[in-house]
Design a protein around this ligand. Structure first.
Ligand SMILES: Cc1cc2nc3c(=O)[nH]c(=O)nc-3n(C[C@H](O)[C@H](O)[C@H](O)COP(=O)(O)OP(=O)(O)OC[C@H]3O[C@@H](n4cnc5c(N)ncnc54)[C@H](O)[C@@H]3O)c2cc1C
Length: 501
């Protein structure tokens, strides 16, 4: 820390209280650790308790010209965890964990940044809510707002979380505050119910950006279906994968299945969530030779949500008629399962994948940063067209295997037109050379897919500067907005930033 950091820390301590400005080396080191190598460090941690304290924190940051990086829970595992894009003071919003409002009739929650999926799910259960909150495959202790700020996704209807929100309360880099939609009118009846309000909708400025700190927002909940019918089946060959994707498109476009209602996983991804690496069977060699563990290469799964038994039966019959011929081992799941991820029950099941290559197995409490798990996500938007997705899989598989890792691939049908393909590289950071190899693999895959015209829909710290220059005035426009409200670039410099001049 230099002199100006010391003076700023003194000012923040006065504003937030001594104990809410953390500078211990151990805490800073923890906050500066992700699941892959990073360059930036956390130089202090601020822990505001409320909106006004966030405003003062940013005003002080401006006064001392020190960059600040917000996190809600800091569990952005595989994408950067709580590590900032450049050296910065971490604005840790986890103390702001109040559920501010719940409307049981219209089905929405108003939350602060520290509210976790686990907390919201338990709250709704205690309220005997007829609505639930879709949960991501990520950590139960992740926050709604952090996930929305990243435009993360969950299983089932309303799973594209950032599409089912309203009334962002955002603190601008200079400490000013705005509300999106109708929220700027204190007595507007539709504040929580209408995203766009009247006039330009500013909401998009606050996700995947560095233009404001979200201190509160409204999250729309999914009504519990009268009938839920989860399904799962196996897909044997690439031709069938191709046809299954085209069939999924038809099912989504005709609303037999809801958005985010169908996903596909390859067998590597499935294996990584089921248990650790088969070290013995593989004689200690990596990557795994999937041919030696006969299993069908792909799984397709999802759920039908319906308002009545008749609708569920009709949709299920149609879905089965269209998909079953392309699959084997067709199963309808148990809709009463209390652990049902399709009904918003958070689970650590998928997070176990982060430990796939760790020889020590799973610890009692999961924390991939602490345990030096290696994990890098790559997330791409691809047309929901069978041949396009098969071409991508054919292109990335040999690259990832060639670098010594398994291509863990999942495909989420986010609407009837586009898929999200997410690929993870999982490794052990304790093994010398693995970090470097994983980063080289990441860089190669990013370049390869960009050359094929497929762009990422979400970035990691490793890919934050990887986008090519635009073919229009996009970056000039974005830079003008940033400069107008953040002339000293104090809020999360480098986070989804327009490329600098
Ligand atoms: C095995 C595994 C599976 C996963 N599955 C999923 C999945 O299914 N879906 C998914 O979306 N993710 C998934 N993740 C990724 C990640 O863990 C989650 O997205 C998680 O919910 C993010 O946690 P968080 O709330 O702590 O985010 P944070 O780290 O708090 O926030 C993420 C980023 O958003 C920005 N931000 C946070 N809060 C604010 C704010 N208040 N104002 C402005 N900007 C802010 C920050 O720049 C921050 O870096 C997975 C990770 C792993 C390891």
């Amino acid at each position: 820390m230099n002199e100006s950091t010391d003076a700023a820390v003194a000012a923040w301590r006065e504003a937030l209280g001594q104990q809410n400005v953390v500078t211990s080396a151990e805490s800073l080191d923890r906050a500066s650790t992700a699941t892959f190598p990073t360059n930036a460090s956390v130089v202090a941690i601020l822990r505001p308790d409320n909106h006004a304290e966030v405003q003062s924190s940013l005003r002080i940051a401006n006064r001392f010209e020190l960059p600040v990086y917000p996190t809600s829970r800091g569990c952005n595992w595989g994408l950067g965890s709580s590590v900032p894009t450049r050296d910065a003071v971490l604005l840790d919003l986890s103390r702001m964990n109040r559920i501010v409002d719940f409307d049981p009739r219209l089905g929405f929650l108003v939350v602060e940044p520290g509210v976790t999926f686990q907390q919201a799910s338990e709250f709704l259960r205690d309220q005997k809510s007829t609505f639930f909150l879709p949960v991501p495959g990520g950590p139960p202790q992740g926050s709604l707002i952090g996930n929305i700020a990243e435009r993360g996704e969950a299983a089932g209807p309303y799973g594209q979380r950032a599409d089912f929100v309203a009334n962002f309360q955002a603190v601008l880099p200079n400490g000013d505050c705005i509300h999106t939609g109708f929220g700027r009118f204190p007595n507007a009846s539709a504040t929580h119910l209408h995203r766009h309000g009247v006039g330009p909708n500013l909401e998009g400025l606050f996700t995947q950006s560095n233009l404001g700190v979200i201190t509160q927002l409204t999250v729309w909940l999914t009504p519990y279906p009268q009938v839920l019918k989860p399904f799962m089946a196996r897909i044997g060959r690439r031709e069938e994968l191709n046809q299954a994707v085209d069939t999924a498109r038809e099912l989504l476009l005709h609303r037999v299945v809801e958005t985010n209602g169908i996903g596909l996983w390859n067998s590597h991804k499935m294996a990584s969530t089921m248990g650790g690496y088969p070290w013995q069977a593989m004689d200690g060699q990596t990557p795994v030779d999937i041919e030696r563990f006969p299993s069908e290469p792909w799984l397709i799964g999802g759920a039908i949500y319906a308002a009545s038994g008749e609708i569920a039966d009709a949709n299920a019959a149609f879905l089965q008629h269209r998909l079953k011929p392309l699959t084997s081992d067709w199963q309808w799941g148990d809709s009463d399962d209390s652990q049902n991820v399709y009904l918003g029950v958070p689970t650590e099941h998928n997070i176990r994948a982060a430990y796939w290559r760790k020889k020590g197995g799973l610890p009692p409490s999961i924390n991939p940063d602490r345990d030096r798990c290696g994990l890098i996500w790559m997330c791409f938007a691809i047309p929901l067209v069978g041949q396009d997705l098969v071409d991508v899989v054919n292109a990335v598989d040999p690259v990832v295997l060639g670098h010594g890792f398994e291509p863990n691939v999942g495909i989420n049908c986010v609407n009837g037109r586009c898929a999200h393909l997410y690929l993870s590289i999982i490794y052990d950071r304790e093994i010398a050379g693995e970090d470097e190899r994983a980063v080289a693999c990441h860089d190669k895959v990013m370049t390869l897919l960009r050359e094929l015209g497929h762009f990422p829909y979400r970035l990691t710290l490793l890919s934050m500067d990887s986008l090519p220059p635009p073919g229009d005035d996009h970056d000039r426009y974005l830079r003008s907005i940033k400069r107008a409200f953040d002339p000293k670039s104090i809020l999360a410099p480098g986070r989804y930033d327009a490329i600098q001049d």
